[in-house]
Design a binder for this molecule. Structure first.
Ligand code: CTP
Ligand code: CA
Length: 235
């Protein structure tokens, strides 16, 4: 079977996608991390290249088996920590028309990283954590390039405070990105799987589209709603 023909509607556009999960060092051998596989971000990069974009993928600890899904021509910049990712994204974003923040970035990192391996001292221990920079928020408040489209992601669970969509709407308004891609997590959904279901909301929290399917199918559905925003921007 041939893959369905995709529109070349990102032809000549420069796209930056961040993917994967950051690692925040405790010492030379240990880190605080998360379970993001990078699959959705890699699929977004792949979908963009299929539609004609020039793509930079800032890949935080993405496995080679996941990166193997990419066409040649996607520029992959490997990073480890949130601060590495921030630098790489902002650098690539200086020439970008669109930045998509699909990476799971640690909200906190150890206040200090030891140069030598920490020793066990018995009786338990306490880690002091400090907040990391919100890269997405900073892309909105201090854009590396004027007029670029910024897309965020939000993995949400419903709780006593509200539904997945309630949380997503509040986050969309708080972050100020042009679009926010929301995916419900928990119950085996979202992390490490090859399928996904998402709702895309705009900066006011209004639903723009929903999509489900393989991460590549979902990625194309996301680009279907990003492209009109991009085309609506003055060059
Ligand atoms: N993000 C970021 N920098 C951070 C944390 C998150 O750029 N330090 C980005 C993610 O890449 C994602 C979006 O912000 O595109 C939302 O991440 P999420 O963790 O859902 O939002 P937070 O604002 O960190 O809120 P919380 O974790 O409390 O739900
Ligand atoms: Ca977070």
């Amino acid at each position: 079977l041939l893959a369905p023909a995709r529109p070349a509607d990102l032809s000549g556009r420069r796209v930056v996608v961040s993917a994967g999960g950051t690692r925040e060092a405790l010492d030379p051998v240990r880190f605080l991390g998360n379970r993001s596989s990078g699959r959705q971000g890699v699929a977004l990069a792949q979908a963009a290249t299929e539609r004609g974009a020039l793509v930079t993928l800032v890949a935080a600890n993405v496995g080679t088996e996941v990166l193997a899904g990419l066409s040649r021509g996607v520029d992959v910049v490997p990073v480890e920590s949130g601060e590495d990712l921030r630098r790489a994204v902002r650098d690539a974003a200086r020439a970008a028309d669109v930045v998509v923040m699909a990476a799971a970035i640690a909200d906190y990192r150890p206040a200090t990283a030891s140069d030598s391996k920490l020793k066990k001292s018995g009786g338990g221990t306490t880690l002091t954590l400090v907040e990391t920079t919100d890269v997405l928020r900073e892309l909105v408040t201090d854009p590396p390039r004027r007029g670029q489209v910024v897309v965020g992601f939000a993995a949400e669970t419903g709780d006593s405070e509200g539904s997945v969509l309630d949380h997503a709407r509040a986050k969309a308004v708080r972050k100020g990105a042009d679009l926010l891609v929301v995916n419900p997590v928990g119950d085996g959904r979202g992390f490490g799987t090859s399928t996904n279901d998402v709702t895309v909301v705009d900066g006011s929290g209004d639903v723009v589209t929903t999509a489900s399917g393989t991460k590549l199918e979902v990625s194309h559905a996301i680009w279907d709603v990003v492209v009109p925003v991009l085309d609506g921007r003055a060059a």
